[in-house]
Each structure stands twice: as structure tokens, then as C-alpha cells.
Design a protein around this ligand. Structure first.
Ligand SMILES: Cc1cc2nc3c(=O)[nH]c(=O)nc-3n(C[C@H](O)[C@H](O)[C@H](O)COP(=O)(O)OP(=O)(O)OC[C@H]3O[C@@H](n4cnc5c(N)ncnc54)[C@H](O)[C@@H]3O)c2cc1C
Length: 499
């Protein structure tokens, strides 16, 4: 990617300092542009934050780092080496899974170690597991260049789709249908279905093409960043500053100013107008289209179309600093529900919190003792939750539901949990909306509960407005750190094309 001299030195405004905003700021600054980031909160990182309290440290958002080559590429494009900014490592096991019939499954990246584990409870599925991952890898190779590493913006991008055999990528069955067909073990069925939640969708609705996700974690690797995920944010901010990016915190962008289909700048909530040659919005795409653009700037039909896109699920998060360690916990832990299908019906159809939830726990003090005082644990608990739909009073519900989750965890083996808690914080869907302005509190952008989802997400350049770019988990190609970084690559490519 290169720019001609006439394009160097444009004034670029980035709205929001989430991963998409930070990645874009670095990439555009590295190309010689003058970049300013305006962030409503007092700290960068968006949903990727940390909480430190009474000797405990928690990642408050993402806890799993996949496709690190995306971040490495970004640093390379900015003339730096990622390894000089942060270190990451794989975990053994990747994750420990607890089933309600008492079975515990340690899932390893190492194929032989993993096969030995499966052999213990489902010898007939050892081969099925490996074949499933081979198929996932095949889908990845068939689709990644067409869907992931492709802006899907103009005719030349869509030409790449021509070569895809849509039957070969399982676009017409659901994740669950495919898993049930290929895997015999009920435990491994539930295990493979879980990966659809990485982009906030239901395995019973999302196309089986999403079975590429296990390939990303189980073949390519799932990593943890030394000293916490926040190091990714700090690395990007450090890189941005080195490249001359100006950061403005506690600044709410009220509106993007547009004249004759061109962005002129932004109006801040405090009344200030800031002029720019282009705007990159890392704010949630639905919020950007519905609220940051006036009715004169964009048609009502485009606004109506955007408002119909289904958000991903939200999350109910509890952070608990506990004066206790549980020998059965590892770094990543998943306590599965009994009836997975019912759980997703509750979240996406009935739109309430699951009554028998799957509970994820990140217990980073297992691999990094500095994250909790001695003989203590820093438990970050995440339960998939419905996006905000008007059925819940989150203030009332949060206390009740958190007590229920604590009881559930005690029932599922974390004895003495309640008594051991000395630090306690909750983040509910309403908090996600208020903290980050994410559409209806969604945590992964838009859902993939539909075979056309890949085409419905807003693209990284808004049609009809010449110099407005959209990045982040609510835009193409979707949520999660590596895809969000891809959205920044796409924005850069689309700007270069239009020059
Ligand atoms: C609990 C949880 C667990 C997750 N787990 C994982 C995981 O393990 N692995 C993974 O890869 N991903 C995970 N994700 C998803 C991942 O965190 C997101 O996909 C990613 O961080 C989103 O980045 P983003 O660029 O879309 O920006 P966001 O994080 O949404 O940030 C947008 C920023 O824009 C700011 N903003 C919005 N509107 C305005 C405005 N008008 N003016 C100024 N500023 C504004 C917001 O304050 C915010 O800082 C998880 C998310 C959550 C919440």
C-alpha cells in the first residue's frame, strides 16, 4: 500500500480509541497523515480495559488473543516490531471445560496431548476431532481471502467471491447441524458449538462457515498477553504517539459534519468544531449512522436499514477478587450448561438471561501470580446475555443474577466462593451501552445469526459520503481483536483506492 505525495499530510480525525480506532490511527499516521483521536472516556482501549483494586488485576473485556499475525503486520506496516512492545504466549491447556455430568476436558493446542485427553472420554471421537479441524482449516483457506481479508466494497472485491463454492464452505447449514453430523461425542458437540459465541452469535442459527473459528484457536493458537490484554492498548498508544498521533480524551463527538456528501469535520459535545479532511469512525456503526450523522447527511432508508441489523449478544460480567484458590481452575475455564440449545433460545429468541448458563471464567492469576495477592484468585466471569431489548431492569437484575451465578459456581465446584469475595464489580449490558455506546449493549458488534450477515455489516467506507470510514467490531469483517484490526487495514486500503 502506498500513497502519492499529494495525499500525504491529510488531517484525519478518528472517533473513538477502541482497538479499531487505535489501529487506524497508527496505520494512517505511519503513512504521513496528521491524525487526532477523540475519545469520550478518560482512557484508551474501548472494551479492552483493566481494573486494578486491592492487589487484584482484571482484564475487563477480551481475554483471548488470536491471529497475532494481524497485530504483527500492523506493527510491520508502521516500521516497528511487535516483540519490542509486548510479549504473548500460549497456554497449556488452552481451556479447561467442565460439564455438568462431572466430565472435565482439558483442551490442548498440541494434537497428541489433546488426543490423549479425548481418548479418556470419547475414544470414537479422536479422529472426528482431528478431521473436524482439518475441515475447519479448509474452510479458512477457501474463505479468508474472500470474506476476511477483503474489504468486500466494490466490484473488484466481489469478484473474489466468484471462485467460492458456497456449498463447500457450509453456508447453507448451521454450525450446530454440521457439528452434530460430524461429531458423535455429546461433550465435543457442545465444545465445538461454543466457538460461535466468539462473535456473539448462536450456533443454532449461524451458518456452518463459522466453523472456521475453531481452526483459528485450535490450529493457529490462542494466546495470552504477558501482564494483561491491556498491553495491546498500551502498545498501540505508544506506537501512535511515536508516529505523532494526538490523543484527546473525555471528548464526546456529537456529530460528524457533512456538506455536499463530504465530511468537513466533527462537532464535539462541548460545542467545538474540528475541521478534517477525513473521519474514521470507531464508534459503533449503528450509533454513527443513526446518531452521529444528521438526516441531511444520510438517507432515512439507510438509517432504517442500519437499525434493523441484529446486534451480537451482550455479556454479564462479574469480577471477583477472592481470598482463595481452587485447584481445579486453570487460566481459561468454561462451565457448560446442560441444555445448550435452550440457553441460546433464551438469549436470542426469548431475550432474557439464561436460567442454566454456560459460565466462562478467566483466572489469569493461574498463569500470572502478580494478578492477585498470595493464595487468592482474580475471577473474571462472563455469561452471554441478550442485547438490550426493553425486557430487563438491569439495575435490579444485576444483583439478583450475580447472586445466582455465585450459587451456581458453588454448586459446580467452587466451594466457599461467596465467603471468599473481597473485591466485587459487575458490568451489565446497560453498562456496555453507556461506557462504549455499543449498539444495545452488544459486545461483538453485529450477530452472524443469518447466512447473509457477512454481507450486511457496514463496510469500512460509508457509501454516499466520500471521506467517511468505519472501523471496529460492528463493521466488516466483524468483532474480536484480529477482525477489528482487519477493519483498519481495509479503511486504509479504501482510502488509498479513492485517491
Ligand atoms: C466481555 C468481553 C469479552 C470479550 N472477549 C474477547 C476475546 O476474548 N477475544 C477477542 O478477540 N475479542 C473479545 N471481545 C471483543 C473485543 O473486545 C471487541 O471486538 C473489540 O475490543 C472492539 O473494538 P472496537 O474497535 O470495535 O472498539 P470499542 O471497544 O467498541 O471502542 C469504541 C470506542 O469509541 C468510543 N466512542 C464511541 N462513541 C464515541 C463518541 N461519540 N465520541 C467519542 N468516543 C466515542 C468509545 O468510548 C470506545 O472507547 C470481548 C468483548 C467483551 C466486552
Amino acid at each position: 500500500m502506498s500513497l502519492s505525495n499529494k495525499d500525504i499530510g491529510k488531517r484525519i480525525i478518528v472517533i473513538g480509541a477502541g482497538i479499531g480506532g487505535l489501529a487506524s490511527a497508527c496505520l494512517f499516521a505511519a503513512q504521513g497523515h496528521r491524525v487526532s483521536v477523540y475519545e469520550k472516556n478518560s482512557t484508551p482501549g474501548g472494551k479492552m480495559q483493566q481494573l486494578k483494586k486491592n492487589g487484584y488485576r482484571f482484564d475487563t473485556g477480551p481475554s483471548l488473543f488470536t491471529m497475532p499475525f494481524q497485530l504483527e503486520t500492523l506493527f510491520d506496516m508502521c516500521g516497528e516490531k511487535l516483540e519490542n512492545y509486548l510479549l504473548y504466549t500460549d497456554l497449556k491447556p488452552l481451556t479447561r471445560y467442565f460439564f455438568q455430568d462431572g466430565l472435565v476436558f482439558d483442551n490442548y493446542l498440541d494434537k497428541e496431548e489433546n488426543a490423549r485427553e479425548i481418548q479418556k472420554f470419547a475414544p470414537e471421537s479422536v479422529d472426528e476431532y482431528n478431521k473436524f479441524l482439518k475441515r475447519a482449516e479448509k474452510i479458512y483457506h477457501k474463505t479468508s481471502h474472500a470474506f476476511l481479508f477483503n474489504p468486500l466494497y466494490s466490484f473488484r472485491d466481489f469478484k473474489k467471491l466468484k471462485y467460492i463454492d458456497f456449498l463447500g464452505i457450509n453456508a447453507f447449514s448451521t454450525v450446530a447441524q454440521k457439528v452434530d453430523k460430524k461429531i458423535t461425542s455429546p461433550h465435543l458437540r457442545q465444545f465445538f458449538k461454543r466457538f460461535t459465541t466468539y462473535n456473539g452469535s448462536s450456533p443454532y442459527k449461524a451458518p456452518a462457515t463459522l466453523n472456521v473459528i475453531p481452526h483459528v484457536e485450535l490450529n493457529q493458537g490462542g494466546f495470552y498477553v504477558k501482564s494483561g490484554m491491556i498491553q495491546i492498548v498500551e502498545a498501540l498508544v505508544k506506537l501512535g504517539k511515536k508516529l505523532g498521533v494526538q490523543f484527546h480524551f473525555n471528548q464526546i463527538v456529537h456529530q460528524i459534519s457533512v456538506e455536499n456528501d463530504r465530511v468537513k469535520g466533527i462537532n464535539l459535545k462541548n460545542g467545538t468544531f474540528v475541521e478534517s479532511d477525513a473521519v474514521i469512525a470507531n464508534s459503533d456503526a449503528t450509533d454513527t449512522i443513526l446518531n452521529l450523522l444528521s438526516d441531511d447527511a444520510i438517507s432515512n432508508s439507510r438509517k432504517a436499514k442500519q437499525s434493523k441489523i441484529e446486534p451480537s449478544c451482550s455479556g454479564f460480567v462479574m469480577m471477583m477478587g477472592c481470598r482463595k484458590r481452587w485447584s481445579q481452575l486453570r487460566h481459561h475455564n468454561v462451565f457448560f450448561s446442560k441444555d445448550y440449545k435452550k440457553e441460546f433460545e433464551e438469549i436470542f429468541d426469548e431475550k432474557h438471561l439464561p436460567q442454566d448458563p454456560t459460565i466462562y471464567i478467566a483466572n489469569t492469576s493461574w498463569s500470572d501470580p502478580a494478578d492477585a495477592p498470595e493464595n487468592s484468585s482474580n475471577l473474571f466471569v462472563l455469561v452471554n446475555a441478550p442485547y438490550i431489548n426493553g425486557n430487563q431492569n438491569w439495575e435490579e437484575l444485576s444483583e439478583k443474577y450475580s447472586s445466582f451465578i455465585i450459587e451456581e459456581l458453588e454448586r459446580r465446584g467452587l466451594d466457599g466462593l461467596e465467603k471468599s469475595i473481597e473485591v466485587f464489580e459487575i458490568i451489565n449490558p446497560k453498562d456496555f451501552l453507556e461506557l462504549y455506546r455499543s449498539n444495545r449493549g452488544s459486545i461483538y458488534g453485529t450477530s452472524s445469526n443469518n447466512k447473509f450477515s457477512a454481507f450486511l455489516r457496514p463496510k469500512n467506507k460509508l457509501r454516499g459520503i466520500h471521506n467517511l470510514y468505519l472501523v471496529g467490531g460492528s463493521t466488516h469483517p466483524g468483532g474480536g481483536i484480529p477482525l477489528v484490526i482487519q477493519s483498519a487495514f481495509n479503511a486504509l486500503e479504501l482510502m488509498n483506492r479513492s485517491n
